[in-house]
Design a protein around this ligand. Structure first.
Ligand code: ADP
Ligand code: ADP
Ligand code: MG
Length: 659
C-alpha cells in the first residue's frame, strides 16, 4: 500500500491520516464544498473536491470517490465510520476498480447489514441472540401476537436501523400499534426499509461490545470489551474499557462468542460485536446476547487502543495489505482503564438541540494519559451539514478511579467558545455517583437527566468578570496611554458605568463602580468586589475576589463574551439595541432555529392551532426537531413545503395577528 484515500471527513479522517503518515503511506483527502478548509484536507498530502455540502451529493457519492482514487493513483480506500463504510455495493465497486478496500469483504457486510438476518445467522452459528421475533411476516396482527409471546416490555427495531434510530420501547399492548407505526415510518424515511423486528427489552440493560480483528489467513482474535452503557436515546455518550465489574470468565465467554460470530461470516479487519447484557444481578456469563455487528472501525475504538497498546488503524492497514495478524489471542494485553467522552456542539439544557457556530476558542486538554481526536481547529465552523461532533476526549489511568479523575480534569480544562457544547453535561456525568461506583446501565442518563442538564444561573463572580470584559477593564493599560483607561469610563460623571447584557426578558444592566483600581459590580446574582491582579494573558487572567485570587479565561466574539471560570464556561451575549429594534410583534411567526431540511408540514393555512401543537418537522444534523405553536391561534400562511432546505431564521409559518 503506497497511497491511501480516506473516504470520510472530520476526526476519523484526521485520525486515519495520522497513522498512515507514521507508516510512510501517502494520503488523499476528499472534501465537500463546506470542507474546503477543513483540518483533514490540510493534513492530507493531496485533496480532491467531491461536490456540494449535502452528504448525498459528496461523501456518499461512491463513483465520485472512486474516480478521485483513480485520479490520484491511490491504491487503497479507508472508509472511516458512517458514510459508505457499511455499504457492500461500494466495496464491490472499489474492488472492481482494482483498489484495496480497508475493511471486510462485501459478503460479510451483507450478512450483518440487516439486524434480522444477522440474528438468524448468529443463531445458526450457536451465538445467543436477544429473545424475540425476526421473521418475514410484517402484518400488525402477527407482530402484536409475537410481542405478546415475547412478553412486555419489548423493543421494536427497524431491521435496517442504525445510530439509535428506528427504535421504540413498548411497555404495554395498548401502545404497540402506534409504536410499530412510528418505527416503520422512521425505518422507511431514514433507511428506506420499514421492516421491523421485535426484541425482549432486557432489564437493567448494559451495552457491552467486543472488538474483533480478522486477517486474510483465517485468524480471528478479540481485543476485549468496551462498555458503552452511558447512552442517551440509544446513542453512546461515554464509553470505557474494560467494563466495570467484568469477571474474567464472562470476558472469556463474550470474547469466544464474538470470535465465533466473526468466523461465521469470514470476517477480515476491525469489527465490533455488540451485546446486550442483563445487569440486574451483576455480570454473569449466561446473561449476554448478540444484538448486532458493526462491520467497521467504531467511534469509540481509542479506548481499546489505550488498554491494549495497539493502533487499530495500523492493524487495519496491515491486514488490508495481506499481512497476517502479528499476534494471537494470548498476545492481547489489557492494561489499566480508559474512557472516551464525545464532545458535541449541542445544548443539553434545551433537550440536546444541536448547535452550529464558529469555534472562536478551542482549547483542548493534553498531558499524560490524555488523547484528543478532533477534526476541527480553532476558528473552524460547526456547520449544519454534518454531525456536530467537536472532539473525542480519551483518557487512560492505571485503574478506573484514576482514569475517571483524569476525565473530569480534562473536561474542566476544555475551553470552547463560539458554540454551546455538552462539556458541562459530560463533566456532571463524570462526577455522577452511580457512574463513579461503576453501577452503569443504559438508563442512567435518562433517570438523572434533570440534574445532569439543569442550567445553573451564572454566579455573581462570573457576571462581574463578563461585565469588566465588556467594558474592557480587564487588560492592563500601557503607561504611555494615560487616558485610555479612563476613556468612556468617566464620561458619565463618577467612576461608574454599566455593562449591558441580553437577558431572557430583555436588557440586563450590570453597574460597575471603580474606586482606585478596585471594582464593585452589582450583578443580578448579588454584589461582588474584585480587582485585576494580572490581565496580560486573556487565557489566564488573575483576579482577586476579596482574599481569593482566581484564574479565569476570557474569549471575545463580536456579539458575546465567554468567561471560563472554575472548569465551567459562561457565555454572555452583549445587548444590542438594533437587534431589538428589528423585532416584530412576538409570537406571530415561527422561524427555523437552525438550518435544516423541512421533513413534514402538519398544518395548513386556516387551521386553528393550540399552544404547543406540532406545526413543522425540521431535520437538522440527523435529528428531527418539531416546531410547535407559540400560542393559540389560526394559521395565516405556511411559507415552506416538505423537502425545502431552510436557513437559520427562515420564517416557516405565520399565525393570524391577534386583535
Ligand atoms: P458507534 O457504535 O461507532 O458509535 P454509531 O451507530 O453511533 O456507532 O455510528 C457511528 C457513525 O456512523 C455515526 O456518525 C452515525 O451517525 C453513523 N451511522 C451509523 N449507522 C448509520 C446508518 N445506518 N446510516 C448512516 N449513518 C450511520
Ligand atoms: P443501532 O444500530 O442503532 O446501534 P442497536 O441494536 O445496537 O441499534 O441498539 C442500540 C441501543 O439500544 C443499544 O446500545 C442498547 O442500549 C439499546 N438496546 C438495543 N436492544 C435492546 C434490548 N433488547 N433491550 C434493551 N436495550 C436494548
Ligand atoms: Mg448498535
Amino acid at each position: 500500500m503506497k497511497k491511501l484515500l480516506i473516504a470520510n471527513r472530520g476526526e476519523i479522517a484526521c485520525r486515519v491520516i495520522r497513522t498512515a503518515r507514521r507508516m510512510g503511506i501517502a494520503t488523499v483527502a476528499v472534501f465537500s464544498e463546506a470542507d474546503r478548509n477543513a483540518l483533514h484536507v490540510k493534513m492530507a498530502d493531496e485533496a480532491v473536491p467531491i461536490g456540494p455540502p449535502p452528504v448525498a451529493e459528496s461523501y456518499l457519492k461512491a463513483g465520485t470517490i472512486i474516480a478521485a482514487a483513480r485520479l490520484t493513483g491511490a491504491d487503497a480506500i479507508h472508509p472511516g465510520y458512517g458514510f459508505l463504510s457499511e455499504n457492500p455495493d461500494f466495496v464491490d465497486a472499489v474492488e472492481a476498480a482494482g483498489i484495496t478496500f480497508v475493511g471486510p469483504p462485501s459478503s460479510a457486510i451483507r450478512a450483518m447489514g440487516l439486524k434480522d438476518a444477522a440474528k438468524a445467522l448468529m443463531e445458526k452459528a450457536g451465538v445467543a441472540v436477544v429473545p424475540g421475533y425476526h421473521g418475514e411476516a410484517q402484518d400488525a396482527e402477527t407482530l402484536e401476537r409475537e410481542a405478546e409471546r415475547i412478553g412486555y416490555p419489548v423493543l421494536i427495531k427497524a431491521r435496517a436501523g442504525g445510530g439509535g434510530k428506528g427504535m421504540r420501547r413498548v411497555e404495554r399492548p395498548a401502545d404497540f400499534a402506534a409504536a410499530l407505526e412510528g418505527a416503520q415510518r422512521e425505518g422507511q424515511s431514514s433507511f428506506g426499509d420499514p421492516h421491523c423486528l421485535i426484541e425482549k427489552y432486557i432489564e437493567k440493560p448494559r451495552h457491552i461490545e467486543i472488538q474483533v480483528f480478522g486477517d486474510r489467513h483465517g485468524n480471528v482474535v478479540h481485543l476485549n470489551e468496551r462498555d458503552c452503557s452511558l447512552q442517551r436515546r440509544h446513542q453512546k455518550v461515554i464509553e470505557e474499557a474494560p467494563a466495570p465489574g467484568m469477571p474474567a470468565e464472562m470476558r472469556a465467554a463474550m470474547g469466544e462468542a464474538a470470535v465465533k460470530a466473526a468466523q461465521a461470516i469470514g470476517y477480515v479487519g476491525a469489527g465490533t460485536i455488540e451485546f446486550i447484557v442483563d445487569g440486574s444481578e451483576g455480570l454473569r456469563p449466561d446473561r449476554f446476547w448478540f444484538m448486532e455487528m458493526n462491520t467497521r472501525l467504531q467511534v469509540e475504538h481509542p479506548v481499546t487502543e489505550f488498554v491494549t497498546g495497539l493502533d487499530l488503524v495500523e492493524l487495519q492497514l496491515r491486514v488490508a495489505g495481506g499481512e497476517p495478524l502479528p499476534f494471537d489471542q494470548s498476545g492481547v494485553g489489557l492494561n489499566g482503564h480508559a474512557f472516551e467522552a464525545r464532545i458535541y456542539a449541542e445544548d443539553a439544557t434545551r433537550d440536546f438541540l444541536p448547535a452550529t457556530g464558529q469555534l472562536t476558542t478551542l482549547r483542548l486538554p493534553d498531558g499524560e494519559g490524555v488523547r484528543v481526536d478532533t477534526g476541527v481547529a480553532e476558528g473552524d465552523r460547526i456547520t449544519p451539514h454534518y454531525d456536530p461532533m467537536i472532539a473525542k476526549l480519551i483518557v487512560w489511568g492505571p485503574d478506573r478511579a484514576s482514569a475517571l479523575a483524569r476525565l473530569s480534569r480534562a473536561l474542566g480544562e476544555t475551553r470552547v467558545a463560539g458554540s454551546v457544547t455538552n462539556v458541562a453535561f459530560l463533566a456532571r456525568l463524570a462526577a455522577h455517583e452511580g457512574f463513579a461506583a461503576g453501577d452503569v446501565d443504559t438508563g442512567v442518563i435518562g433517570r438523572d437527566q434533570a440534574a445532569l442538564t439543569a442550567s445553573a444561573p451564572p454566579p455573581a463572580e462570573a457576571i462581574a468578570v463578563a461585565a469588566l470584559a465588556q467594558l474592557r477593564r480587564l487588560a492592563p493599560v500601557a503607561d504611555d496611554e494615560p487616558f485610555a483607561a479612563l476613556a468612556g469610563f468617566r464620561s458619565w460623571g463618577a467612576a461608574r458605568q454599566a455593562a449591558r447584557f441580553e437577558g431572557s426578558d430583555g436588557r440586563v444592566d450590570v453597574p460597575v463602580i471603580e474606586d482606585a483600581g478596585r471594582f464593585t459590580v452589582e450583578t443580578p446574582a448579588g454584589s461582588t468586589r474584585l480587582s485585576v491582579v494580572d490581565g496580560s494573558d486573556p487565557d489566564r487572567i488573575r483576579i482577586a475576589f476579596g482574599e481569593r485570587i482566581a484564574t479565569v479565561g476570557i474569549a471575545h466574539e463580536a456579539e458575546a463574551v465567554t468567561v471560563f471560570m472554575d472548569t465551567l464556561a459562561y457565555r454572555f451575549a452583549h445587548y444590542s439595541a438594533e437587534a431589538h429594534a428589528e423585532e416584530g410583534a412576538g409570537g406571530d411567526t415561527v422561524a427555523a432555529p437552525m438550518p435544516g431540511l423541512v421533513r413534514a408540514v402538519r398544518v395548513a393555512a386556516g387551521d386553528t392551532v393550540e399552544t404547543g401543537q406540532a406545526l413543522v418537522v425540521l431535520e437538522a444534523m440527523k435529528m428531527e426537531h418539531t416546531m410547535t405553536a407559540p400560542r393559540d391561534g389560526v394559521v395565516a400562511e405556511v411559507m415552506v413545503s416538505p423537502g425545502d432546505q431552510v436557513e437559520e431564521g427562515t420564517l416557516l409559518l405565520a399565525l393570524e395577528t391577534e386583535d
